[in-house]
Design a protein around this ligand. Sequence first.
Ligand code: SF4
Length: 304
Amino acid sequence: MGNQKKLLEQVVELKKKAFILAHNYQRPEVQAVADFVGDSLGLAKQAVSLQNEIVVFCGVYFMAETAAILNPEKKILIPDRTAGCPLSDFASAQMVREWRRNYPEHTFVAYVNTTAEVKAEVDICCTSSNAVSLVRALPNDKIVFLPDKNLGAWVARNVPEKDIVLWPGYCVVHEFVKLEAVLAEKERYPDALIVAHPECGLEVLDRADGVCSTGQMFDFVRNHPETKRFIVVTESGVNYALKNMFPDKNFIEPKTNLLCRNMKKITLEKVLHCLEKEDFLVKVDSETSERARKAIDNMLQMKT
Ligand code: SF4
């Protein structure tokens, strides 16, 4: 306990020179030292407006890359460079180029959970918050959606007027959510509302009262003032921030594995090391960065 307190004090002292961004799936103690906590869209927008020269990105690698693309003049650091995202590994630049040959008339929409090289090959990015409205607003009716087949299926369900080709990738956390575990909590707490992330399969989403990105989950709870309990179907880290914001509500985690190993690789010790040594620097080469930036800017400029 004493060590933890000392560690925390050291981080707080050193972080004066940097801005710490943390994803909602981070460990509670990491979220607690962050200057801003949010989902992918919130973090991307925050990254654009940062004044600090040094930014510590507590999340997985593609997120830090996105921050580096948006802030080429800043030092973007990640406390553990092995914190990858298995979902982003489902697509490579080479694969996208091949698919482009097979679907020459399609607009390629990449979920932000992709590498910088993949972003550089697509037309536009999206996040789980804006995927449905963004695809709906695109002028082209032919879409290739990558790399998450579940988010893509959710978009296709909500935008039936478009022809959407799905890439066969998935998030290893959300894909394997056990529906029985979610329904068991609903049986135990019939008054609870189920809120699920769109990276879950449709069989889970069909039983949810709200399908939301992690950022939208906060609005969902806010918009249901009478409801005391929520069954939260996404990575368990979000419950910490939900509980902080809504201390009088109960957030129930279904008994199914909702831990992202990669998100949890970032620890307070590693944040301290990162601040002390300015390790590890996230760099994207300028040509890739410029092309990837276009896809991100296209998303940020869409009125969705
Ligand atoms: S929760 Fe899923 S999508 Fe998010 S970082 Fe982990 S593996 Fe990737």
